[in-house]
Design a protein around this ligand. Structure first.
Ligand code: KIV
Length: 270
């Protein structure tokens, strides 16, 4: 009997091995249906805590809970077969101590089956990342503009324009490089700094609003397809305008209902 063809998932180790090679393709997903569409094209799918703003209409990501991340993580795991799925640890669920971070990350991994977790923070989080990695939890780090630090960083501001800020991002990157993280998201920084970090770090950099030189790129999918229209960051290219398509379909449906054109004869059980 012929064995069924199985697709093996990309692992965090495969992602780490892409340093300096073919750019890593990464996107966010929060649902099984979107994960299923992107799975053949993506090396890494991030269940980002951006879902708080994008899906739930929150003003920042600070209100996202571990339970929300687990439910959306499970959906994305069900919808995908090939990509490495990484789930964000939300604000307040890991910063207190390495032990707190381990308890949260272990729960997220056990309950979703994801390949790793992401957390925000530079030099101050490097010991926590080492603690997790030594205990079997693959970590994707996140430095530069950190949405969970929106209040401390004075808003969603591009990093690396002032000398002190550049020095801090460089120090964060160096600390993360030695922490055991398998890769690092570098967000919202001047292009030259994103390029410099990519050249100097041993682990892959995954850029968002950073540099084309990064070892990979990530975007929030709803930005890329034009479904999230509250604002468009400069670093986003809209590859589609799905929001307008959805609106046109809903407007046409509403007109058909009011004119009794829907349901049509074909929709009826006779
Ligand atoms: O939460 C998220 O979606 C992210 C990406 C933008 C990197 O952190």
């Amino acid at each position: 009997m012929k064995a069924a063809t199985t697709v093996s998932r990309t692992t965090t180790r495969h992602i780490a091995e892409r340093k300096g090679g073919m750019p890593i393709v990464a996107l966010t997903a929060y649902s099984a249906s979107v994960a299923q569409i992107m799975d053949p094209y993506c090396d890494l799918i991030l269940v980002g805590d951006s879902l708080g703003m994008v899906l739930y209409g929150m003003p920042t990501t600070l209100g996202v809970t571990v339970d929300m991340m687990i439910q959306h993580g499970l959906a994305v795991m069900r919808g995908s077969r090939k990509a490495c799925v990484v789930v964000d640890l939300p604000f307040g669920s890991y910063q207190q101590s390495p032990q707190q971070a381990f308890a949260t990350a272990a729960r997220v991994m056990a309950e979703t089956g994801c390949g790793g977790v992401k957390l925000e923070g530079g030099a101050e989080m490097a010991p926590t990342i080492s603690f997790l990695v030594k205990r079997g939890i693959p970590v994707l780090a996140h430095i530069g503009l950190m949405p969970q630090a929106v209040h401390g960083q004075g808003g969603f501001r591009v990093q690396g324009r002032a000398e002190a800020e550049t020095a801090r991002v460089r120090a964060d990157a160096a600390a993360i490089d030695g922490s055991g993280a398998f890769a690092v998201v570098v967000e919202g920084m001047v292009e030259s700094l994103g390029r410099e970090l990519t050249e100097s770090l041993a682990i892959p950099t995954i850029g968002i609003g950073a540099s084309p030189a990064c070892d990979g790129q990530i975007l929030v999918t709803d930005d890329l397809i034009g479904l999230f229209s509250q604002f468009k960051p400069k670093f986003v290219t809209r590859y589609a305008n799905i929001g307008a398509t959805v609106e046109a379909a809903i407007a046409a449906y509403a007109e058909d209902v009011k004119a009794r054109r829907f349901p049509a004869p074909d929709n009826l059980f006779t």
